[in-house]
Design a protein. Sequence first.
Length: 159
Amino acid sequence: MAPTRLIDVPIESLPFVDELSTEVAATTQRTWDAVLATVRATGEGRRAQATARALGSLADRRSGEIGRIGSTIPGFVVARSVPPAVLALMGEHRYSRYALVFRIAEQGPDRPLLVSAETRAEFPGRAGSVYRLLVIGSRGHQVVTRSLLRSIRRRAERG
C-alpha cells in the first residue's frame, strides 16, 4: 500500500544535519544490493511499525520494492532512486520532516568505494526542538546511521 500522500518537498531544501561514510571493498552492484537489503531489513518487524505509528509517520509499513520511488518502509518513502548510485528516503511525522540519502561513489582505480549517508531534517515548533535534542543531540542518530553503514559494508563485502 502506497502512502496516502508523498512528501512534496525537495530534499535539498531540508537543512543539512550530517553526513557519515564508510569505505566498501566490493563492486558497485554488490554495494547497491547491500544498500537495498539493509534498508529493507530496517523496515521489517513490529518495532519499526510501532515506532512509525507512535510518531504519526506518513509511512508506517513496508510496501513496494525498496529501489522504486514511492515504495515505503516504516518512517520513510523512497523519494529518489538512481541505481547503483543514490537512494534517497524521505519521511515526515509530528515532530520532523527528514531525508536520509545514501550515495555510492568511486574513489579511483584500485580504491574502495565510498558509501555515504547524508541526513537532512527540519524540526518545527517547540515539540520539534525537543525531538531534535532527543534524537540528534543525544547522538542516537549517529549511532543508528553508523550501524546502517556497517551493515551495508558487511553485506557488500560478504557478497
